[in-house]
Design a protein around this ligand. Structure first.
Ligand code: NDP
Length: 286
């Protein structure tokens, strides 16, 4: 990869820009709209949103007002947890398309494997949801289908009945939470891993190892974290509402982390997730 819109190839041949612009907590107001427009102006063409963020409509508006053709963009959205199930997925997808002002989505993900209230029936629920994803994919309404926050046992369950395997798994992934088992599993199955929280949701900026590495290399902590994701073959989705930050976050192609620096970052790994764990997330899904 030599620039932010160079692309990874997904297992079905779909090409996806190697850095995406995250929009979780991008406010649903003028500030949020301006941030997404700024992201487009500074060059992002891959935007990651979700029905749960309630800002899909801002992404649609920003794209429309950019004057650029829809085909210039790669838009990911995610099915909200309460809408899992066959018919409810089909209905929710139409809402997403309406909000995005688009009749298709480039990449659509199941946001979380176990919605609240589904501890006992999540397996069949995921399989039914996936059947709807496959229908929309076969109809050309979605260019690539995938999952998010799926660990190996969630993935194995889905694959029991899937006709089409997921092309992406979007996971919490950063130097302090590398999720090596599921990442390796995805690599072996040609499923691209995307990193949510590549900047540890802001905690990266207080980390002593990253502070020292940044001083040594003369690149920002964000740039080092994002570069590390790319060197791991993972697709980072950094979020910022500040134009200067979103600009510098994609300026990661004029340096390479040495094997030694990668080892330092690799050694930061812990087994502690930052916020939500897919199997212990009930409260968040109220
Ligand atoms: P990030 O790791 O991207 O961190 C975002 C935080 O870092 C914000 O507080 C931002 O502040 C700050 N920041 C960004 N760039 C810089 C910089 N250069 N210098 C200093 N501070 C900076 O966290 P996210 O949780 O947003 O994850 C990224 C994206 O991943 C989300 O936006 C979303 O699209 C996706 N996601 C998916 C999830 C899933 O379940 N699939 C879960 C969570 C996120 P500011 O905006 O003020 O600049």
């Amino acid at each position: 990869m030599k620039k932010s819109n160079d692309r990874y190839r997904l297992s079905n041949g779909t090409m996806i820009p190697c850095i995406g612009y995250g929009t979780y907590k991008t406010p649903c107001d003028e500030v949020g709209l301006k941030a997404i427009k700024d992201a487009i102006e500074v060059g992002y063409r891959h935007i990651d949103t979700a029905a749960a963020y309630q800002n899909e409509y801002l992404v649609g508006q920003a794209i429309k007002e950019s004057g650029l053709p829809r085909s210039d963009f790669f838009i990911t959205s995610k099915l909200a947890n309460p809408n899992q199930g066959y018919q409810s997925t089909l209905d929710a997808f139409e809402h997403t398309c309406t909000d995005l002002q688009s009749d298709y989505v480039d990449l659509y993900l199941i946001h979380w494997p176990i919605p609240i209230g589904h501890k006992d029936d999540w397996k069949t629920l995921n399989q039914e949801t996936w059947r709807a994803f496959e229908k929309l994919y076969n109809e050309g309404r979605i260019k690539a289908i995938g999952v998010s926050n799926f660990l190996i046992h969630h993935m194995e369950n889905l694959l029991e009945t899937a006709v089409i395997a997921p092309m992406v798994d979007q996971l919490e992934f950063h130097p302090k939470y590398q999720q090596r088992e599921i990442v390796e599993y995805c690599r072996n199955k040609n499923i691209l891993v995307e990193s949510w929280g590549p900047l540890m949701r802001g905690a990266a900026f207080d980390d002593p190892t990253l502070i020292a590495l940044s001083a040594k290399l003369g690149h920002s902590i964000a740039q080092i974290s994002i570069r590390w994701c790319l060197q791991k073959g993972v697709l980072p989705l950094p979020k910022s509402v500040h134009r200067d930050r979103m600009t510098s976050n994609k300026e990661v192609f004029d340096f390479v982390l040495s094997d030694e620096d990668v080892s330092i970052l690799d050694a930061m790994n812990t087994t502690t997730n930052y916020v939500f764990h897919p199997d212990k997330n009930d409260e968040w899904f109220k």
